[in-house]
Design a protein around this ligand. Structure first.
Ligand SMILES: CC(C)(COP(=O)(O)OP(=O)(O)OC[C@H]1O[C@@H](n2cnc3c(N)ncnc32)[C@H](O)[C@@H]1OP(=O)(O)O)[C@@H](O)C(=O)NCCC(=O)NCCS
Length: 240
């Protein structure tokens, strides 16, 4: 894999659209997103294998028979097909809701929430590369991360949030570089403990934290489950 050159810099207001698009793709679209992790789980449960069987049985009846058996086959085929689509959209809606709630809260005004440019132990960074679509922008944002000290009682502890890397640019060390940059900044601002929350659906993020020596702390359940898989958030800690 060739080396990818990217630059890390603080967020600017004109980055908003690209950062929100990156967050959306990281959570909902693209391989490695928590949505796909959950969908893969739901669509490979034994109950779903039964639906696939019904779907195929309906399809076979629809093309092999005539009369009432054909009508029953078409009904079964469409019924099961629409039901599976309904499940797909239901699961997707839960993840769209999750990312949109971020757009209404800390990501509604990144400059303000993450106090970009002031002297506090908070900031938001993006990783950019030169754009291949110069009509849209001269740069493409391929990663981001936020440091938020407002979620803890004292300024010695801060939260790492919104670590996202574009699905097309993963495994190039972008997250590692963003996290290293964040840790250096946090240390300089007097932060001694960092924490971050990530779910059991975000396997790559857990690998990134573990590879950088973060330790796992307490877990809490998130009020969503599908196909018997409960979403659980784990806290990761790093002493600086
Ligand atoms: C988690 C995420 C930010 C990682 O970004 P990235 O730029 O691909 O990570 P890096 O290239 O810096 O990976 C660093 C190391 O972590 C580990 N790692 C990262 N992704 C991995 C994966 N999918 N499987 C196994 N190990 C992985 C590897 O050890 C890797 O080092 P290596 O490539 O030299 O082997 C990215 O996958 C992502 O945006 N995921 C979806 C959103 C998300 O879950 N964000 C976390 C919110 S808390």
């Amino acid at each position: 894999m060739g080396k990818l050159f990217f630059t890390i810099r603080p967020y600017r207001p004109e980055d908003e659209e690209q950062v929100k698009d990156l967050a959306f793709r990281s959570v909902v679209d693209g391989s490695g997103s928590p949505f796909y992790f959950m969908l893969r789980h739901v669509f490979t449960t034994s109950l779903f294998y039964f639906y696939y069987f019904l779907f195929l049985a309906g399809f076979t009846a629809a093309i092999s028979f005539t009369g009432i058996r054909r009508v029953l086959g078409i009904t079964l085929f469409h019924g099961v097909g629409f039901f599976m689509l309904y499940i797909y959209w239901n699961v997707r809606a839960a993840f769209v809701d999750y990312v949109e709630s971020a757009f209404r809260t800390d990501m509604a005004n990144i400059m303000t929430t993450y106090k970009v440019g002031d002297k506090s132990p908070s900031c938001f960074w993006v990783a950019e590369i030169p754009s291949t679509n110069l009509w849209k922008s001269s740069y493409e944002i391929v990663g981001c991360v936020g440091l938020d000290s407002s979620t803890s009682a004292d300024l010695k502890t801060a939260e790492l949030r919104r670590l996202y890397v574009s699905p097309s640019y993963r495994r190039h060390g972008i997250a590692t570089a963003l996290v290293n940059n964040l840790m250096t900044f946090a240390r300089e601002r007097g932060v001694t403990t960092l924490y971050s929350e990530t779910s059991n659906l975000q396997v790559a993020a857990q690998f990134v934290y573990s590879s950088q020596g973060w330790t796992v702390g307490e877990s809490k359940n998130y009020p969503y489950e599908a196909g018997g898989l409960k979403v659980q958030f784990k806290k990761f800690y790093k002493s600086l």
